[in-house]
Structure formats: structure tokens, C-alpha cells
Write a protein that binds this ligand. Structure first.
Ligand SMILES: *Cc1c(COP(=O)(O)O)cnc(C)c1O
Length: 228
């Protein structure tokens, strides 16, 4: 993708993040922009990092394993944090942990236990978000809000895990406001069920990140708005 256009799109997204934070009386520095690069090539990913993006996300282990070695900035001093945001299979956990810094899609206690075990083997802590299926959509992963309290009790007791907070995807809609009740719900669950150090909120995508920030998002995962 043409670099000037990418730069303009990035500036526009950053400006919208700052404005949404200001509307909510929040410090824009409290919102991390995660650039989702699943739909773009290694050159565009490299360009984003050169333009100052410090957080990159992919949703498939296999395609990330093929693409990311072709991104020179990932081994340099500007190395961004790498986020895994896709459905996570237990047999891929080891490889995902070796490749990525933060996992956003921990959606069962079994999976959390596997992440814990593999993190201990690797001798490090795994930073995770616990995914919540806020709208009860059949095709989406994540804990039902009703079962979340019990699940979190088990998850926070596992060694090797650092629970950063909760993650969700709002149901698809053309109308950003439609996402607001779901983001509110996630923020409420976080306040109710987690200690202050585990209250990061990974919510908001291209279509709804401003609403998510107004509702407390600390991490927005933005793809297509950067590439239009
Ligand atoms: C693709 C994806 C995004 C980014 O979506 P856009 O609409 O392109 O911004 C965010 N989160 C997850 C989990 C995704 O799979």
C-alpha cells in the first residue's frame, strides 16, 4: 500500500482516538492503538512500524509465522509488541506464545490452563485478555457473562499468567452506537469482577472504536480503517 496514504490514514485514526478520549474526559495516552495487519502484507506491516505504530496484531498463527519473519522491524530496536487476536487452538498455544507478547482470545479455562503450562515451560509470564461473548453470539468465542465470575476465579489462580483484562467483539453492525451497550457491559464486568491492575479493556474495531473509547477501551484493534 502507498506509504503516504497509509500515513494519512494512521494520522486520521490517531486523531479520532484522541478526540474520542477527550469527549470521554480521558487521557488519549491511556488508549493503545493496535494495528491489525491480518489483511496486509509484510511491506505494509513494516511501514506501519516505521510510522511509529508500537502494537501489531494478527489473528492466525500460521499466516503470521509466514509473514512476520519478512518484517525487518520486528527484530530491530523499534520492535513493536505483537498481539494474537484470533481463535486460539490448544495445540497452537506453544507456538503462539513463542511468537506473540499478548494473547487476546483466551476463551476457556482449559485454554488458560494450557497457556499457563506453556508459559511456565518457557520460563515467562503470559499476558492475556479473557474474551467475553458479550452478545451471546453463537459464532463467536468467549465466556458467557453469566459464567465469567467462576471462570475468572480459576484463571487468576493459574501460575504464569498475567491477566491484563477483558476482550470482546461487538456484533457486526453498520451503526457504531449499536455496540455501546455491549462495551458498557464489558466495562461493568471488569469493574465488578477484576482487581484494578486487571482492568484493561480490549474493545473496538474500525467500525466502533470511538464508541469503545467513550466506554473505557484501553486497547482498540483497528484494521481496515488504516487501509482504505
Ligand atoms: C480483524 C479483527 C479486528 C480489526 O477489524 P477491522 O474492522 O478491520 O478494524 C479486530 N479484532 C479482531 C478480533 C479481528 O479479527
Amino acid at each position: 500500500m502507498e506509504r503516504e496514504r497509509l500515513k494519512r490514514n494512521l494520522q486520521a485514526v490517531r486523531a479520532r482516538i484522541a478526540q474520542a478520549a477527550q469527549r470521554a474526559g480521558r487521557d488519549p495516552a491511556g488508549v493503545t492503538l493496535i494495528a491489525v495487519t491480518k489483511s496486509v502484507d509484510a511491506a505494509t506491516t513494516q511501514a506501519l512500524i516505521e510510522l511509529g505504530v508500537g502494537d501489531i496484531a494478527e489473528n492466525r498463527q500460521q499466516s503470521a509465522a509466514e509473514k512476520l519473519p519478512l518484517v525487518p522491524a520486528l527484530t530491530g530496536p523499534q520492535r513493536p509488541r505483537l498481539h494474537f487476536i484470533g481463535p486460539l487452538q490448544r495445540n497452537k498455544v506453544k507456538r503462539v506464545l513463542e511468537q506473540f507478547d499478548v494473547l487476546h482470545s483466551v476463551e476457556s479455562v482449559k485454554l488458560a490452563a494450557e497457556v499457563s503450562k506453556r508459559a511456565l515451560e518457557l520460563g515467562r509470564m503470559a499476558a492475556i485478555f479473557v474474551q467475553v461473548n458479550v452478545a451471546g453470539e453463537e459464532q463467536k468465542g468467549g465466556f458467557a457473562p453469566d459464567g465469567l465470575a467462576a471462570a475468572l476465579k480459576e484463571i487468576v489462580s493459574l501460575p504464569g499468567l498475567r491477566v491484563l483484562g477483558l476482550m470482546c467483539m461487538a456484533p457486526y453492525s453498520d451503526e457504531p452506537e449499536a455496540a455501546r451497550p455491549h462495551f458498557k457491559r464489558l466495562a461493568g464486568l471488569s469493574l465488578e469482577l477484576l482487581p484494578p491492575e486487571s482492568r484493561a479493556l480490549s474493545m473496538g474495531m474500525s467500525g466502533d472504536f470511538e464508541v469503545a473509547i467513550e466506554e473505557g477501551a484501553t486497547h482498540v484493534r483497528v484494521g481496515s480503517a488504516l487501509y482504505e
